[in-house]
Each structure stands twice: as structure tokens, then as C-alpha cells.
Design a protein around this ligand. Structure first.
Ligand code: SF4
Ligand code: SF4
Length: 195
């Protein structure tokens, strides 16, 4: 099973950080199970480190409020050196038709904090072509959504939004409260992280 990233001192000081990492870890476990199940059916995972056409092509990358905070925290506190220099220039020029601003030299510079949408997005059998968005060209090659795990992740994150009681959280998930808060990563004002 995937290992949960850990920032002990920061998680003690920043209460929402542990919630976010737990939520992401839940999704990672679901994705791992789903991939294993596809592999057992004889499929071959095409996604590899350094394969990044998807990060250039996707226009719509859903991101939730806590994830925006996690990415902001990570960029401000954990990215240094050359990656930081490149990011600072990319974050000033974000846009829906541009590659994801967090893609640095064909790597995700925020890999530990990447959104659930990116964690789930896996393609089988052959890598994406330049400019191909398999969501439209070959949806049958995508990992099926890990909905149950995403809902568990929402359940973990909801106390941050003031929804604490278990019954209220279940109702909020049914009412798609989290979906109403989603943003597009490419349309967020990441420029603010440059100051
Ligand atoms: S989704 Fe496509 S481009 Fe992205 S890592 Fe997987 S195969 Fe490569
Ligand atoms: S956040 Fe990372 S994985 Fe997601 S699109 Fe951007 S570079 Fe790719």
C-alpha cells in the first residue's frame, strides 16, 4: 500500500494539513487497489515518471479548497532552488491553454500535494500522444473513478469546512457540497504565491 507522507511538526502546528494528507492517502490507497485490479485483468499501466503529456493537455483539473491551501503551503515552504525559480516564473503566466504551472522539467513539482484529480488520472495500454486528452479520445483506457475513496476523502476533509458531525458529513456528501466548492487548478490565481 502507498506510504502516507508525513510532516510531523507542521501537522501539529497546522491542523488542516493532517486532514488533507489523510484524504490524499485514502485516495492513493483506492487508486492502488483499482490499478492492481486492472493489472490482474491483463492491462498494462502506461503512466510512467517523466511522462507528462497529460499535464500539458488537460484544461480542467479539479481542485478543492483544502487542496489549494496544501499546494500553497507546499510551494511556500518546501520548494527551493532551481525548481522554485522555474515555478515563480510559471505561476505568473497561468492559463487554461497553458501546461499546468506546476509541471517543472516534465515532473510534477508538487507531487506529494498534487490534487486528487491527478492522483486518479491513470491510463492503460499506451501513453498519451502529444496533445491527446484520453478523457475524450479513449475513455475505456482510463482508470475507472475511485468514487468510494473520493467520498471517504471528502468525509475526512469536511470538518475543515465546519461540517463535523458524522451524520452531517454523510448528508453533505450526498448533497454534493464538496463539488460545489471545486475550482479549476488552471484558473486559480497562483500569482499570489510569487510575493
Ligand atoms: S496520463 Fe498519459 S501522459 Fe499522463 S502519465 Fe499517464 S500515459 Fe503519460
Ligand atoms: S498538479 Fe502535477 S500531476 Fe497535476 S497536472 Fe499539474 S504537474 Fe501534472
Amino acid at each position: 500500500m502507498p506510504k502516507r507522507p508525513s510532516f510531523p511538526a507542521e501537522e501539529r502546528a497546522i491542523p488542516w494539513l493532517g486532514l488533507l494528507i489523510d484524504a490524499h492517502h485514502t485516495v492513493d490507497k483506492g487508486v492502488k487497489k483499482a490499478i492492481d485490479s486492472e493489472l490482474r485483468r491483463g492491462r498494462r499501466l502506461a503512466c510512467r515518471e517523466g511522462c507528462s503529456n497529460c499535464c500539458r493537455t488537460h484544461r480542467d483539473i479539479p481542485v478543492y479548497p483544502l487542496e489549494i491551501m496544501g499546494i500553497s503551503w507546499y510551494v511556500r515552504n518546501k520548494i527551493n532552488g532551481r525548481d522554485r525559480d522555474i515555478l515563480m516564473s510559471q505561476l505568473k503566466q497561468t492559463g487554461i491553454h497553458r501546461p499546468c504551472p506546476f509541471l517543472v522539467e516534465d515532473r510534477c513539482s508538487i507531487h506529494i500535494m498534487r490534487p486528487m484529480a491527478c492522483r486518479q488520472f491513470n491510463v492503460f495500454d499506451r501513453p498519451c500522444d502529444d496533445g491527446e486528452d484520453p478523457f475524450y479520445t479513449r475513455p475505456h483506457d482510463l482508470l475507472p473513478p475511485v468514487t468510494r475513496y473520493i467520498e471517504q476523502a471528502f468525509f475526512i476533509m469536511l470538518p475543515f469546512h465546519g461540517v463535523e458531525r458524522e451524520s452531517d458529513r454523510i448528508r453533505a456528501i450526498e448533497d454534493r457540497l464538496m463539488h460545489r466548492m471545486v475550482k479549476n487548478l488552471k484558473e486559480c490565481n497562483w500569482r499570489l504565491l510569487c510575493f
